[in-house]
Design a protein around this ligand. Structure first.
Ligand code: HEC
Length: 126
């Protein structure tokens, strides 16, 4: 796994999302639901391991790829501007985590606020 490439890809995603250049952005390969199930659901999730400082470099890179998929998706609820703001911040934090920047873990934990995102963007279940 080449981390430099991952970081470059992630900055590209963040840039595309930030400029709102939808005609050029690539299509997501995973839905938000798939990303949540693969990386976030449960106490032993990939995200839980990484935020507890137990993630290997490969796991951190995998999490960053999942987070990049979020930014490529449209929110199932709530407005796109809010979604873009949250997912771009999350992507930047994940890219910094992959790059091992100082303070990246704190920034990532702040950006991956489940409740802040769910309260606006997670559809009500019947
Ligand atoms: C940037 C926004 C965002 C963040 C941050 C986020 N989620 Fe989600 N999550 C969503 C959205 C949107 C859905 C609804 C997906 C759907 O129904 O299409 C969802 C759904 C889920 C689901 C249900 C998946 C399913 O099978 O329907 C779980 C579990 C979940 N999130 C866990 C978490 C946890 C745990 C965290 C924090 C560690 C988290 N999420 C952070 C946006 C987010």
């Amino acid at each position: 796994m080449n981390y430099k490439i991952t970081v470059t890809l992630l900055s590209g995603v963040a840039l595309l999302a930030a400029t709102g250049c939808s005609s050029m952005s690539s299509k997501p390969t995973k839905t938000v639901e798939q990303v949540m199930e693969e990386g976030f659901e449960g106490k032993e999730s990939l995200n839980a391991r990484v935020t507890k400082g137990q993630g290997t470099p490969a796991e951190i890179a995998h999490l960053a790829e999942l987070v990049a998929q979020l930014a490529l998706n449209k929110p199932p609820a709530g407005d796109l501007a809010s979604w873009t703001e949250k997912t771009v911040a999350l992507n930047k934090a994940a890219a910094d985590l992959v790059a091992g920047k100082p303070g990246a873990m704190d920034a990532y934990k702040a950006a991956v606020n489940c409740k802040a995102c769910h309260s606006v963007h997670k559809p009500e279940k019947q």
